[in-house]
Design a binder for this molecule. Structure first.
Ligand SMILES: Nc1ncnc2c1ncn2[C@@H]1O[C@H](COP(=O)(O)OP(=O)(O)O)[C@@H](O)[C@H]1O
Ligand SMILES: [Mg+2]
Length: 213
């Protein structure tokens, strides 16, 4: 069980943006990925959720190889860079559209709960195009968590968030921690990561280095 990376290397334009990464991510843990801009955090998250496959090495999720046995982890919630929502639909409609891919989980309660858990209870009817950057980020977090995924991946969740928003994101991550869930959070903000992660993994030039925090 869990997620295993074996000697994962990703080359883009002849450059190794990920360089021989081996790591294990276990259920019940919150992992932090820390590193400067360009150190490879987003690339690693892409490989973990099957948005991109390694050039060498492999990624196993519950023993199944991504890109060979399965395309991507079945139950994954994802916030990566700019979330794409539809501008002329309300926040609630945008979430409904995502949930409608899985009709069983598409209920009004779930949408309301997701919106209120990120402080957008009052903004559900507002068009996405009217949202501030911080509100957009909150909606992106809501979309990532709303289906209670077994694998939750949050890339720079504090981007554009105010102080209350950052506290909300930290509380939410701690609430989502569960024995059957892997949570991986990338951030260049050391303090935030230390406050949510059980283990912080440092990335540098496409390589990782595991430290106790
Ligand atoms: N589409 C792309 N093609 C080639 N190289 C890329 C592409 N996107 C990002 N990179 C490079 O990959 C490296 C890692 O980027 P990234 O994972 O986004 O870093 P981080 O998320 O840690 O800031 C950077 O050197 C970046 O320039
Ligand atoms: Mg990044």
């Amino acid at each position: 069980m869990g997620m295993i990376l074996e000697h994962v290397t990703k080359e883009l334009n002849g450059r190794k943006v990920l360089n021989d990464i081996s790591a294990v991510f276990e259920e019940g843990h919150v992992y932090g990925l820390r590193g400067y801009n360009g150190s490879g955090k987003t690339m690693l998250l892409r490989v973990l959720c099957g948005l991109m496959y390694p050039t060498e090495g492999r990624v196993l999720y519950d023993g199944k190889e991504l890109g060979r046995d399965i395309e991507f982890p079945e139950s994954v919630g994802l916030l990566i860079e700019n979330p794409a929502f539809i501008g002329n639909l309300s926040a609630a409609k945008n979430l409904e559209l995502i949930l409608s891919l899985n009709p069983k989980s598409c209920t009004e309660e779930r949408i309301e709960h997701a919106l209120s858990s990120v402080g957008l209870a009052e903004a559900g009817k507002l068009r996405y195009s009217r949202f501030s950057l911080g509100m957009k980020q909150r909606l992106g977090i809501a979309a990532a968590i709303m289906e209670e995924p077994r694998l939750l991946i949050l890339d720079e969740p504090t981007n554009a968030l105010d102080e209350d928003g950052i506290k909300m994101a930290a509380d939410l991550i701690r609430d989502m921690k569960s024995p059957d869930r892997i949570i991986i959070v990338a951030s260049h903000e050391k303090e935030f990561l230390n406050s949510v992660a059980d283990e912080v993994i440092e990335m540098r030039e496409g390589r990782i280095q595991t430290d106790e925090k």
